[in-house]
Each structure stands twice: as structure tokens, then as C-alpha cells.
Design a protein around this ligand. Structure first.
Ligand code: NDP
Ligand code: NHF
Length: 299
């Protein structure tokens, strides 16, 4: 499988497609199996987080494939219960131990707000967290650092204060949440936008009918998919890649893991891109409402 790498401002590059690994419920072994199928299919970028509780299993999958000589590189996340400057490096070391790795390629601040283990607002400023992130780079524990769920003002404030710049902002982007403004803002600052929940309302995991969405049924999308011999999901992922957005679709189903990677042999026309844009509803699949009272809540 041939796909693009996206150049990061740190000088490293990142495969434009990665495998998401978040699952509210998963049977034991599913994470490991999903990661192994993903690496077999050709994914060379894996997204996980300490809060997903799957680092051990993800690590086992990676280790098995390293043993076989199939893979060498991974990318990771930081959850936000370790935002104090002095907590960042120990938290990353704990993740690395579970993953059985010496370093990650990319480490992210998962949200701009900060909570403790009881879910209470700690009020810790993400600029403080960032100093811990910079220390992790200096110690060689991660090659690049970035953020997730940051809004424009938060990115700008961070970039103005940072010694080491964030290379990505991982945010929800999909055809029903197109995010043109934030995506353009990130690109202007050389921050690569990475789309989480890239399938949005197309995914089977999002059956909720929000009243206006037609993306699962609209014949225009069915026609585009049929023209290229692809699925609606593949067209949605292709749409993001053509906007120069990195994507991390999650699947633990072997056929879909492969399907989601098979998007680099067709090209949507400008008119087809406009049709995809027309599904925008500014609807968040991940509104994170339970965090809305916290300081630095981004939405
Ligand atoms: N930074 C953050 O705050 C967040 C980060 N993330 C990251 O982004 C990743 C992706 O986002 P996620 O929310 O999982 O959403 P996705 O858009 O990746 O959708 C995943 C769901 O869609 C199903 N699916 C996968 N492929 C297809 C397909 N081709 N056709 C139909 N359905 C499909 C999967 O089912 P199945 O597995 O059964 O195949 C799964 O239920 C996460 O796994 C996580 O790593 C996600 C949310 C927030
Ligand atoms: O990464 C994540 C996975 O999904 C969760 C809820 O749906 C998010 O809160 C979180 O940021």
C-alpha cells in the first residue's frame, strides 16, 4: 500500500493515515488483534491514549509485529490527568513501559483543560503542561509533540510561548463537521490537522439520527461511491486526505481495517469535493459536554 507522509514542522514525517484504537467496550484481545491486523494491512501510525486503557494490548500487538520485522514506528497520546509540568515525563514513561517501547514518535496533550483522577478541574495551564512536553523531547522519549482539541486562541497562545512548536492538532473533522476555519488556521501556523472520528455520522457506531443528516442515505454520495467502486466510508476518508488532513479511522474489523486504507487509488473531482462539503452540519459526534464547565474547555 502506497500512501503519503505528511511533513511535520519538527522535521519528521507522519503517515497521513493512522489506526485509531478507542473503543468504549472491547473484548480482551481485540486491541492486540486490531493492531496486528492494522500493521499487516499496512498502517504505520497508531493512535492510542493512556485513558483508553489499552496500552498494554496495543504494545503487545506492536511488539509481535516488531519481532516479525514488520514495523518500527508508533504515535501516541497524552491523557489530561497529568498536566502538572513534573507529571508529564513520568506519565509518558508509564505509557512507554506498558507499550514496551523506548520512545514514541508523537506525544499529544489530549485536551487543553486539566482534570484530576476524580474528574475535578485542576486549573493547570496547558503552558505549564507544555514545558513538561518539551522536557520529554529533550529526554528523547518522544520525537515530536502536539496537541488535541485545541481551539484557535489556545493554539496561538501556545505557539507564542513554546520553545518547541506543536506539530499537530488532533480534532474532530468529518463531512458533517468540516472545520474549514480551524483547519486553515492550523495549516497557516504549520500545525498539521489530524482528523479524529473521521467517519463521523457514516460510521455504524453513530446510529443516532440527528434529524438533518442524510449522509448515510443520500444518493449523490452513493453515486460517487459507485463511480469509483468504493464505499461511503472510503469516499469520506478520501475527502479528508484530499484536503491534506491526516486521518485516524478506528476499526477492529479486519475487512474494514483494510477498506479504510484502500483510498489512495482514486481522486475526487472538485464537484465531488463540493458535494462532500455540502453535508456539513457543524455537528460534533464528540461534544465532550461533561467537560464544558472546566477552565480552558475549547468548544
Ligand atoms: N483526541 C480525542 O479527543 C479523540 C481521539 N479519537 C481517536 O480517533 C480514533 C477514530 O475516532 P472514532 O471516534 O473511533 O471514530 P471513527 O470515525 O474512526 O469510527 C469508528 C467506528 O466506525 C466503525 N467503522 C470503521 N470503519 C468503518 C467502515 N469502513 N464502514 C462503516 N463503519 C466503520 C468502527 O467499527 P468496527 O471497529 O466495529 O469496525 C467503529 O465503530 C479513535 O479510535 C481514537 O484513536 C477519537 C475521539 C476523540
Ligand atoms: O479520545 C477520546 C475518546 O472518546 C471520548 C468520548 O467519546 C473522548 O472524550 C476522548 O477525548
Amino acid at each position: 500500500m502506497v500512501f503519503n507522509n505528511i511533513k511535520l514542522s519538527s522535521g519528521y514525517s507522519m503517515p497521513i493515515i493512522g489506526l485509531g484504537t478507542y473503543a468504549r467496550k472491547a473484548d480482551p484481545g481485540q486491541f492486540r488483534q486490531g493492531v496486528e491486523w492494522g500493521i499487516d494491512a499496512g498502517y504505520r501510525h497508531i493512535d492510542t491514549a493512556s485513558i483508553y486503557g489499552n496500552e498494554q494490548e496495543v504494545g503487545e500487538g506492536i511488539k509481535n509485529k516488531i519481532k516479525e520485522g514488520t514495523v518500527t514506528r508508533e504515535q501516541l497520546f497524552l491523557w489530561n490527568d497529568c498536566h502538572a509540568e513534573s507529571d508529564v515525563v513520568p506519565s509518558l514513561k508509564e505509557s512507554l513501559a506498558k507499550l514496551q517501547l523506548d520512545y514514541v514518535d508523537l506525544y499529544l496533550v489530549h485536551w487543553p483543560f486539566s482534570i484530576n483522577a476524580n474528574g475535578e478541574d485542576t486549573g493547570i495551564d496547558y503552558l505549564e503542561t507544555w514545558r513538561g512536553m518539551e522536557e520529554a523531547v529533550r529526554l528523547g522519549l518522544t520525537k515530536s509533540i502536539g496537541v488535541s482539541n485545541f481551539n484557535e486562541a489556545q493554539i496561538e497562545r501556545l505557539i507564542n510561548a513554546a520553545k518547541i512548536k506543536p506539530v499537530v492538532n488532533q480534532i474532530e473533522i468529518n463531512p458533517t463537521l468540516t472545520q474549514y476555519k480551524l483547519v486553515d488556521f492550523c495549516k497557516k501556523l504549520s500545525v498539521v490537522p489530524v482528523a479524529y472520528t473521521p467517519l463521523g455520522l457514516i460510521s455504524d457506531a453513530r446510529p443516532e439520527f440527528i434529524g438533518k443528516d442524510t449522509i448515510k442515505t443520500d444518493s449523490k454520495l452513493a453515486d460517487i461511491a459507485q463511480k469509483y467502486g468504493k464505499t461511503r466510508a472510503q469516499v469520506a476518508l478520501r475527502y479528508l486526505v484530499q484536503r491534506d488532513i491526516a486521518i485516524i479511522p478506528k476499526s477492529f474489523t479486519k475487512s474494514r481495517i483494510e477498506e479504510n486504507l484502500d483510498i489512495f487509488n482514486f481522486e475526487l473531482t472538485q464537484d465531488e469535493m463540493a458535494i462532500m462539503d455540502s453535508y456539513n452540519l457543524n455537528h460534533r459526534c464528540v461534544p465532550a459536554q461533561k467537560f464544558s464547565g472546566l477552565s480552558n474547555f475549547p468548544f
